[in-house]
Ligand binder design. Structure first.
Ligand SMILES: Nc1ncnc2c1ncn2[C@@H]1O[C@H](COP(=O)(O)OP(=O)(O)OP(=O)(O)O)[C@@H](O)[C@H]1O
Ligand SMILES: [Mg+2]
Length: 499
């Protein structure tokens, strides 16, 4: 009996007391396995901020915390406690998509099934208790939980629930609508009307500043708990810890992703993090039709220069754009050329697009000297930065550009850059050149713009698209429609295999 795999507790000052803690002294010795598991969580494992608030009148317990804080585990354990306390009760498990809720909230490493012993499951086994196609979980005491997805908010209209667990609300399809009528959140709350129990929702997530999070932060009867990645560092896999900390430490977005702060949008910036987040994906589609490595080289020849922006962007056959990598950094010219070439090979790119403002053919010469034999498109700014960035920002607004994973330093520059500032963030510049090449400004871009009919400002910039004579990759066929045929894939054919 018990849970030998569970790690020991870390002594902490208790700031929030749960009902379980309050009653701890009076508890009988555990009498069954399920109770034992709950006791273990409450008394041996959970940090105080992971335990239910000991206040009487809360309706929403909102846990906004950094990556890896233990948000999902807290939601799962809370649901397990509620189910134990409520024989016959009904619970809603609400996620961004059905698949997310199933794979993470129920079946995931920190999901509900991971915190329940067999005796808590109907029939004593996962097979008899969990219907993964319907998303229904039956407990041994008659309690049941069902998955709902923010992709189908209407399904929450009708069924009544005693309590609910919501994970990552900022990722909900309708998070931008806040608590408007017929949204996932609004329908869930209207269905929490059982009179026999106290309706309650535990909400766990990263605090992206979207309308829904703002609503949750100011609604009454909400207990807000904040936490950071560092609170749970001891329990995080080394690879996760390294990846997350390396990416986010020292960035503004890291204050959200690591420290759990809600960041205000920067007034006047062209992008918001909420909009970038809303379109973020975890993988690029397999049918990428064109891939570009864009470089915005730093002036000068040493590593003390500004950063050189190196960003890999792609367009898929659905006409959407994908940001595949940000390889920017402080480099000597030879080093950035090599970095760009590695990215070119890794992503089977079609061309390198390089800004030449800092010195005519220097960029092409640097790439050729480093041994690059592919196509280089030289671009030079003939319009203001705002004019160049705005059409790209509007592609984001239309939900057409997706970041594959997160690029905190690049995204920091995007969401804080003010067009009037006169500044020129290198990563963002490279991004704008890359996406302009794919969608707007160069020879192909003109055809795209015409076909889309959405970019009034999409004519190629004068003197911008100068293709190098040494190009070894044939120019792609300009299509009559916005969807490039698959056979223009060329060197992309092996992309998925290599990544
Ligand atoms: N109190 C705890 N004691 C031991 N392990 C814990 C504790 N809290 C969380 N963990 C473990 O830490 C890891 C991260 O937890 P979890 O997945 O719940 O975090 P998260 O905040 O949801 O992460 P993400 O930001 O990726 O969604 C998991 O392996 C989980 O089991
Ligand atoms: Mg999680």
């Amino acid at each position: 009996m018990g849970q030998p795999s569970r790690s020991p507790s870390r002594p902490k000052v208790v700031t929030v007391r749960s009902p379980w803690e309050v009653a701890a002294d009076e508890l009988d010795p555990p009498c069954d396995e399920w109770t034992e598991w709950i006791e273990h969580w409450v008394h041996k494992m959970a940090r105080p901020t992971q335990l239910r608030p000991a206040l009487d009148d809360w309706l929403v317990w909102l846990i906004l915390a950094g990556r890896g804080f233990g948000k999902t585990l807290t939601g799962a354990e809370t649901l397990a406690c509620w189910a134990k306390e409520g024989p016959g009760h009904r619970f809603a498990i609400v996620g961004q998509t059905f698949g997310d809720a199933r794979d993470t909230m129920v079946e995931g490493k920190s999901g509900v099934l991971s915190v329940l012993p067999p005796s808590a499951l109907r029939g004593g086994s996962r097979e008899s208790a969990w219907n993964r196609s319907l998303g229904e979980l039956f407990f041994s005491n008659g309690a049941r939980a069902k998955i709902f997805s923010s992709e189908k908010p209407g399904q929450l209209r009708g069924p009544e629930h005693d309590k609910a667990w919501v994970d990552e609300p900022a990722k909900f399809k309708d998070a931008v609508k806040g608590d408007a009528l017929d949204t996932t959140w609004n329908n869930l709350m209207l269905g929490l009307r059982s009179t026999s129990t106290k309706p309650q929702v535990v909400v766990t997530g990263t605090p992206t500043a979207c309308a829904l999070i703002r609503h949750l932060l100011k609604r009454p009867h909400t207990v807000i708990v904040r936490g950071s990645t560092y609170d749970n560092l001891d329990n995080l896999a080394e690879s996760f810890r390294d990846e997350v900390l390396t990416a986010y430490e020292g960035t503004r977005i890291g204050r959200q992703e690591l420290l759990g702060e809600v960041l205000d949008d920067v007034e006047g910036s062209l992008w918001t993090l909420a909009a970038v987040d809303a379109s973020r994906v975890t993988a690029a589609p397999s049918d990428l039709v064109r891939v570009t490595v864009a470089i915005d080289p730093a002036g000068g020849s040493t590593e003390q220069n500004d950063e050189t922006g190196i960003v890999v962007t792609a367009k898929a056959s659905d006409g959407h754009g994908y940001v595949l990598a940000d390889r920017s950094g402080r480099y000597t010219p030879n080093a950035w050329a090599r970095r760009a070439m590695v990215a070119y090979d890794e992503f089977a790119a079609d061309r390198i697009v390089a800004e030449t403002n800092f010195g005519g053919d220097m960029v092409v010469d640097t790439l050729r000297t480093a041994g690059f034999k592919g196509k280089v498109v030289k671009v030079a700014a003939s319009r203001g930065k705002r004019q160049r960035a705005e059409p790209v920002a509007s592609l984001y607004e239309q939900g057409r550009i997706h970041h594959v994973g997160a690029y905190p330093k690049l995204e920091d520059q995007m969401v804080t850059w003010l067009p009037e500032s006169g500044g020129s963030p290198d990563r963002m510049d490279a991004l704008v050149w890359g996406l302009s090449d794919l969608f707007l400004g160069t020879a192909l871009g003109a055809a795209w713009a015409q076909a889309w009919g959405t970019m009034a400002d999409a004519e190629p910039e004068q003197g911008v698209a100068v293709e190098d004579a040494e190009a070894t990759v044939d120019p792609p066929v300009v299509p009559a429609s916005p969807v490039l045929p698959r056979d223009t894939l060329g060197p992309l054919a092996g992309l998925q295999r290599r990544r």
